[in-house]
Ligand binder design. Sequence first.
Ligand SMILES: Nc1ncnc2c1ncn2[C@@H]1O[C@H](COP(=O)(O)OP(=O)(O)OP(=O)(O)O)[C@@H](O)[C@H]1O
Ligand SMILES: [Mg+2]
Length: 312
Amino acid sequence: MAALLSIQKLRTIFYTEKGRVKAADDINLDIAEGKTVGLIGETGCGKSVLGLSILRLLPRNAGIEGKICYKGQDILRLSGEQIRRLRGKEIALIPQSPSTSLNPVLKTGVQITEALQLHQKLAREEAWKAAVEMLQSFNLPDPERRVKEYPHQLSGGMKQRILAAIGMAGKPSLIIADEPTKGLDAIIRIQVVEVLHHLTKKTGATMLLITHDLKVAAGLCDEIAVMYAGEIVEHGPAEEVLGHPRHPYTMGLLASSPNNGLKPIRGCSPSLINLPAGCKFHPRCGKAREICAKKHPPLVTKNGSQVRCIFH
Ligand SMILES: Nc1ncnc2c1ncn2[C@@H]1O[C@H](COP(=O)(O)OP(=O)(O)OP(=O)(O)O)[C@@H](O)[C@H]1O
Ligand SMILES: [Mg+2]
C-alpha cells in the first residue's frame, strides 16, 4: 500500500551567522495510512524541525530540499495558497508548547469555533455546540465553562486538550503531535494519551507522534523512528525498536529513560554545524571501531527494520 506520507531525501538546513545548521539530513520516512509513528531522540536532534518541515512552517533562514509526498502530491512544490488549504484541513499540528500556542486574549471556545467555522463551514451556534462536544469527548471536565475561559485560566493538560480540539476541527487525515505530554503530571499524561488514542482509532487518522516519553511511545505507536543529530538511525515496529533495539544509540536512549534506571549516554550530542565525520554517533558509542570514524553508515533494511550502523 502506498504511504499516506512519504518523506524522501529531506534535508532542512538553517543558515545562521555561526554556520549551516543541518537540522534534518537525508531523512527517508514513510508513514502508512492509519498508523501512528513515534519520533524519538534527544533534545535538539531535529524532531520538531522535521514536523514543521512537513507543514512548511519553517522560519525564513531555513532551506529545504527533497520530497514530502502527501497522498502522492509533493508538499514542497505546492503554492502558498495550496499549502494553506492543506494545513488544518488535511494535516494538523498539535504544537509543542501549549502555553504559547494559544491566543492569550481569546476565549478558548472562540479559538476552537473559529477553526470549526473555517474548516467545516459550521454556523456560529453549531460550532459552539460542536466545540463543547469535542472537549467532552476528550474528557475535559465541565466543557461548557471551559469554552468561556481564557487560556491562562486552564491547566497545562486542559490547554493541551484545547489545542487537540483546534487541531482536530478540520478532521485531518494526518496529525503531527509534538510532545503532547511534555511537562504534564502523570494523571494528565494518561488522559492526554487516551485522547490521542481515541482520536486516531476513532477517526482512523494517521499520526506522527514526537515524544521524549518512551512509555507514551510504547503505548501509542505502531512504529518508532529514532533520530540522532538530524538523521534517522533506526526505524521499525515499535515492539522491535523498544524491545530489541539494534542501534547502539537506541540502546543508550532506552537505558537513559527514567523507567530503565536513568543511565545517561556518555558525552553529549554534537553541534549540528560541526558534525563528526563517519558515523555521527561514533564519539559517544561504546561499540565504535576505527572504521566508524571514517565511514558514514547508510540506513540498511533487515528483517523489517532499518538501522544505520555498520555492524548491523
Ligand atoms: N530557526 C532556527 N535557526 C537556527 N537553528 C535552528 C532553528 N530552529 C531550530 N534550530 C536548530 O535545529 C536543531 C533541531 O531543533 P529541534 O527543535 O527540531 O529539536 P528537537 O529534537 O525538537 O528538540 P526538543 O526535544 O528539545 O524539542 C537544533 O540544533 C536547533 O538549535
Ligand atoms: Mg522539539
